[in-house]
Write a protein that binds this ligand. Structure first.
Ligand code: ZN
Length: 402
């Protein structure tokens, strides 16, 4: 949209500008934000706001950077509501249901997959998510992984090749052959559409040797590393992620002291600015939806690790696109403060994607922001389940109004 836009009369502005005052969230009171050419051009006191072509009156409400959801699986077909109901009736979660979605995804047309991504992307945007990572991982053939990423790339810059999600049924008795295919023709077909490579490093999925081999192949063709690890039990995934300089290790539900120390040793983005740390990305929607113990966020934060929150939106273990829901869970169930949770859902997600243009509101950042129907960020945890996002700007363009 051309011309300048002033978001004015902001009661509480969360900037995540750690160089300024106002604590880790960089909170400013009675503020305004000027947007030009899709970027933040100026942030300051409302009384000093420059003139602009158009104006949005925030009416004293809180304004935050758009959420950065750094972990989502949106390219799939089918529905696993019955599996969820069975789990709530007492069946354990093993990850085996992923193969159900693989069958449905392979059978779907490109347009059906695209429609699902569009629907979920819209759903997330209405809840304040302006940046979202999207993984493949339900195709598990060369052609189906490549088309999953091609479709994902229509919706986001942060696409992740997850050919190593599970070993598909046709390779069940020869996993080495599958890993060879992932590193060979599948990676070659996927890489043009991918920024990242990911592996589900877990018992029943890929062991640490397979994970290391696959991630190294991805690094060799220029993909950044992230991985799913330590979700269902303790394991070597976190250490592998730190060893490889991964941008993020996701889940981190079962950690040893050595795992926590390893993550903390990569640095604290909150304190140091946007350093390339290995972020611990916590996905409380998964624990909620599998009725599992939550990760110990307090232990990670107290040790000095950088923590992000993401939805893990997927049809099996966490079918939510709501970052406010994840914030509420993190505060209520994981003992994060509301400020820590909001930071983790914005700047933390940006750190997990190694991006400095999103997750904050400062001059030069992308003009991605949300206006709440609330006076402060505290309400995101204080009023769980309530649609508090009044308006979203993405690249400076208003996305929705009540
Ligand atoms: Zn996941």
């Amino acid at each position: 949209m051309r011309g300048s836009l002033l978001v004015d009369n902001i009661g509480e502005l969360v900037t995540n500008d750690i160089g300024g005052e106002g604590g880790p969230l960089g909170i400013r009171r009675h503020a305004a934000v000027l947007v030009e050419d899709g970027q933040v051009a100026w942030v300051g006191p409302a009384r000093d706001a420059p003139a602009a072509d158009r104006r949005i009156d925030a009416e004293g409400a809180a304004v935050l950077p758009g959420f950065v959801d750094s972990h989502a699986h949106l390219v799939f077909a089918g529905d696993r509501a019955a599996e969820f109901a069975a789990r709530m009736a007492g069946e354990p979660y093993t990850g085996g249901g992923i193969r159900t979605t693989v069958g449905a995804t392979r059978a779907a047309s490109d347009d059906e997959l695209r429609a699902t991504v569009r629907r979920l992307r819209g759903e997330a945007m209405r809840q304040g998510t302006t940046t979202i990572e999207i993984k493949s991982g339900y195709g598990l053939t060369v052609a189906d992984e490549a088309r999953s990423l091609r479709i994902a790339a229509e919706f986001t810059e942060d696409t992740t090749f997850l050919g190593a999600h599970v070993v598909p049924a046709e390779y069940a008795d020869r996993p080495d052959d599958y890993v060879g295919m992932v590193c060979g023709p599948m990676l070659a077909a996927a890489a043009p559409y991918a920024r990242w490579i990911d592996v589900f490093c877990e018992r029943g999925a890929f062991d640490v040797d397979h994970a290391r081999a696959i991630l190294a192949c991805g690094q060799a063709v220029g993909l950044g590393v992230r991985l799913h690890a330590n979700q269902l039990g303790p394991g070597p995934g976190v250490q592998l992620g730190v060893e490889l300089g991964a941008a993020s290790v996701d889940h981190c539900t079962h950690l040893t002291d050595a795992d926590v120390d390893a993550l903390a040793s990569t640095g604290t983005t909150w304190v140091s600015g946007f350093e390339p740390t290995t972020v611990a990305t916590l996905l409380p929607g998964a624990e909620f939806s599998t009725r599992s113990p939550y990760p110990d966020a307090r232990r990670l934060l107290d040790a000095g690790a950088t923590v992000a929150l993401a939805t893990d939106c997927n049809p099996g273990s966490s079918y939510t696109s709501s970052m406010p829901f994840c914030i509420a869970l993190a505060v209520r169930e994981m003992r994060m403060t509301p400020a820590e949770a909001v930071w983790a859902a914005t700047a933390g997600g940006a750190a997990a994607l190694r991006r400095t243009d999103v997750g904050r509101l400062a001059r030069g950042a992308r003009a991605d922001l949300m206006i709440l129907d609330a006076p402060s960020h505290l309400h995101l945890a204080y009023r769980p389940g309530v649609p508090l996002i009044r308006q979203v700007l993405h690249n400076g363009v208003p996305q929705c109004r009540p």
